[in-house]
Write a protein that binds this ligand. Sequence first.
Ligand code: NAI
Length: 253
Amino acid sequence: MRGLKNKNAVVTGGSKGIGAAIVSRLIEEGVNVFSLSRSIHDKILGANYFKCDVSNEDDVINVINKISKICDNIDILVNNAGIEKYAKLGDTDTKTWQEIIDVNMNSIYIVSREVIKHMKTGSIVNISSVQANIVTRNAAAYVTSKHAIIGITKSIAVDYGPGIRCNAVLPGTIDTPLVDMAARLEVGDDPEKISKKKAEWGNLYPMKRIGRPEEVASAVAFLASDESSFITGSSIYVDGGLSVLAPVSTPDK
Ligand code: NAI
């Protein structure tokens, strides 16, 4: 894609799932990638890894300082790191609420604030969720954090244009360790039952399947590149049509 080769990118939560696919795709496009993760499992060849809890302000300040000494301008930031825990508002204790808001939302404030100091021009992409629009039960803190990301995205877009663009990507269910964990909570550890559960979820989508991490990475690469040069403050759904499907039955003749 136009305008990606030799650019510098910071990606949070790049060690697995959607983040790992984003790291791989940006490397394929010739980007120099710095991946920030709490735990580093399988490193993707060609990426630079930094251990960092993105909800810890000191950690973030230290790591972004280090990266800014290696590269002149940070051209791309992908705020991807996120966690999900399931409960209604009344069943969520303060510690859990705070943890989800810190990792999913406050980290975007802290990481973006630090990166913007070293981003004269560039593109920020925030991974929100289809849950910033339609909402599942038992996910109060997660849903709140994903709605807030849309606000952060719009604020950065209007405050930092024209030099910096900022957009959000809203994935539907994507086949990652996070979704395996959600399936396991419903059906237990049997891999066959987990696959069946994911297929069942997929069947609810107009595309009749759940998404792949690479399909989110494509949208991120587009928003990071010059191909999206007049897009800022926007949200792009990568949800297989889920958010436009009305949950009512109609005659098909
Ligand atoms: P995952 O659980 O497979 O991977 C999450 C990544 O974030 C891991 O690399 C993990 O180490 C990192 N991470 C978590 N907390 C961190 C912290 N405090 N500091 C640094 N890194 C941290 O999750 P998945 O599915 O890849 O999700 C990525 C993003 O996409 C999240 O923001 C999630 O909310 C969002 N999303 C995922 C969907 C899905 O169905 N998988 C749907 C919609 C949004």
